[in-house]
Design a protein around this ligand. Structure first.
Ligand code: K1U
Ligand code: ZN
Length: 167
């Protein structure tokens, strides 16, 4: 197992669109295991492969209090969205920034598990927020893109300062 490096906004690699997984092999299992370890260590409640510079449709999530309910979504597609909710989101690729984003309240998602078995997830509340946030990453979208251009500019300046300070 290994901790992976998480890309930080506005790294252009976060804009890449992930391709579907076609091989359900040991390399995929190792990627999922490393992503889960990286998410738990961060700590976070989700991580998309895009954030670790792997451009394949792989997401790990765990929104449980006990941190013992790992969900792995591969080749996920939202098939139904309903209602709206606003949640103050964070992102491991945008450290220290939290802001409100409106998303669907309920989502139904078709995906396959790590063995390629078809599954369906129905999610509401934080899980629904997290699914939508992670699937956005796979499409090259970071949550700050829902914010005003003014806020996005401030976030870029703040993160550039942080990056300079960490050199
Ligand atoms: O995708 C990511 O960058 C992970 C992100 C997921 C997320 C958080 C909040 C709303 C939507 C999506 C995070 O996990 S940020 C860290 C965080 O929220 C958290 C960390 C530890 C415990 C509880 C929350
Ligand atoms: Zn994120």
């Amino acid at each position: 197992m290994a901790l992976l490096k998480i890309l930080h906004y506005p790294d252009t690699r976060l804009k890449k669109i992930a391709v579907p997984v076609t091989k359900f092999d040991r390399a995929l299992a190792a990627l999922v295991s490393d992503m889960a370890e990286t998410m738990y260590a961060a700590p976070g409640i989700g991580l998309a492969a895009t954030q670790v510079d792997v451009h394949r449709q792989v997401v790990v999530m765990d929104v449980s209090e006990e941190r013992n309910n790992l969900l792995t979504l591969i080749n996920a597609r939202v098939t139904h969205k309903e209602g709206a909710q606003v949640y103050e989101e964070g992102c491991l690729s945008v450290p220290g920034i939290y802001d409100k984003v409106e998303r669907a309240a309920l989502v139904r998602v078709d995906y396959v598990d790590i063995k390629g078995k078809p599954c369906v997830l129905e999610a509401s509340g934080l899980l629904a927020v997290c699914v939508q946030h992670e699937l956005d990453h796979l499409q090259g979208k970071v949550f700050v893109e829902y914010l005003s251009p003014l806020k996005q500019g401030r976030i870029r300046t703040k993160l550039a300062k942080q990056a300079k300070a960490n050199l």
